[in-house]
Design a protein around this ligand. Structure first.
Ligand SMILES: *Cc1c(COP(=O)(O)O)cnc(C)c1O
Length: 374
């Protein structure tokens, strides 16, 4: 008897779902955002493993296109990214946890310092370091999440020795509702940001996330920090999406069956058939990040024909009403489009009452990942 070999198994041909990630589209999206900037540089935010798409693939593709600044959330993400990007400027949004400052410096990670305590610890290290340590200071202008409060900014301004030995690369803040262009909070935060940074030593500034860039040149400053838009999420609520879709998710049909009333489908019998219906059962579910909230709400596409999700999303399966789809495209092993140009990340987000960010960062580890371009 021969042992099964790895060559018997072709992950792409056998996977329950195939996730194609278009690195050329990521680069095109970054260029589109960078091209809108009145001045300053365009960074890329690649936290949460590049919004779920693979920071180790996305970031080098962007670096090759000319991106020099990358933001991650945590120290762990920064250390991992340093291995693939030895030269780029890497910023860590959470800043150092107590005791981690030397790790930041050793990996040349620039911390975003979010309060006086982080500044104090970082400065203590800077006093022992041979050259000034680059630093970003985060000012809170309305998020009330991270960043120095106006009171802390005043204290820092009154005690400038707190910054001795630090090289202030940027002062930054973060917008609360940048995707809503008419929201008065945008201008309010801009005003407070300009007011707060005027109290501190002169430094380059960074305010805009991806949507913030679309608010116009007043928001651009010296460094923009786009994330989701690079991965295809629409920057402006209620307006056409100028970004290219980056992900294409295809699910594999396991079984096709003909049913009729009074049958129901799935857990909880939440969908009842009212007449002859063709059902396709597809090999992905909420364990893959296909959100259960898409039960009886989501859609897939077969050859351009919309096929609605009927019944509950299960852990490993979804069921589709494929009655209107071309019959020759419906067989075990055939692929249906779950996400892509016909049903975008934002479309899925709208049906699931969430945002494209969550659709992307939920994309599961069982999908077979194919990278194209870059
Ligand atoms: C996540 C994040 C960004 C990127 O935001 P997008 O909305 O994805 O463009 C920028 N700045 C900060 C501080 C962030 O946390």
């Amino acid at each position: 008897m021969t042992e099964p070999s790895d060559t018997d198994y072709d992950p792409e041909a056998h996977a329950g779902a195939v996730l194609t990630i278009d690195l050329d589209a990521v680069v095109a999206n970054w260029r589109l955002v960078a091209g809108k900037l009145a001045r300053g540089a365009c960074a890329a935010v690649v936290k949460a493993d590049g919004y779920g798409l693979g920071a180790d693939k996305v970031a080098p593709a962007l670096a090759a296109a000319g991106c020099r600044h990358f933001f991650v959330a945590s120290l762990e993400e920064g250390v991992a990214l340093r291995r693939v990007l030895p030269e780029a400027a890497l910023y860590v949004l959470h800043g150092p946890m107590p005791g981690s400052d030397t790790v930041f410096a050793a990996h040349r990670l620039v911390p975003v310092l979010n309060d006086l305590g982080q500044i104090e610890a970082w400065q203590r290290l800077a006093a022992t370091w041979p050259e000034p340590l680059p630093t970003v200071i985060h000012l809170d202008t309305g998020m009330s999440r991270l960043g120095l409060s106006p009171g802390e900014v005043d204290r820092l301004a009154a005690e400038p020795e707190r910054l001795a030995g630090l090289s202030l690369a940027y002062v930054m803040s973060h917008l609360v509702s940048a995707e809503e262009q008419d929201n008065p909070l945008n201008r309010q935060q801009l005003g407070l940001f300009n007011d707060l940074r005027a109290r501190l030593p002169a430094a380059d500034a960074s305010l805009a996330n991806g949507s913030g860039v679309f608010l116009g040149p007043d928001f651009h400053f010296d460094l923009a920090r786009p994330g989701a838009v690079l991965y295809g999420v629409a920057p402006v609520a209620g307006a056409p999406n100028p970004m290219r879709q980056v992900v294409r998710l295809q699910g594999r049909i396991i079984q096709v069956r003909d049913v009729d009333s009074p049958q129901t489908v799935g857990y909880g019998a939440s969908h009842s058939f009212t007449g002859p219906t063709t059902v396709a059962t597809v090999a992905l579910g909420y364990a893959d990040g296909y959100l259960r909230h898409l039960s009886n709400r989501g859609s897939c596409f077969v050859d351009g024909v919309r096929v609605p999700v009927i019944g509950r999303v299960s852990m490993d399966l979804i069921t589709l009403d494929v009655t209107k789809a071309p019959a020759d495209r419906l067989f075990p092993g055939a692929l249906v489009e779950v996400l892509g140009d016909s049903y975008t990340v934002d479309d899925a987000a709208a049906d699931a009452d969430t945002i494209g960010y969550e659709i992307l960062t939920s994309l599961g580890p069982r999908y077979h990942r194919r990278y194209v371009g870059g």
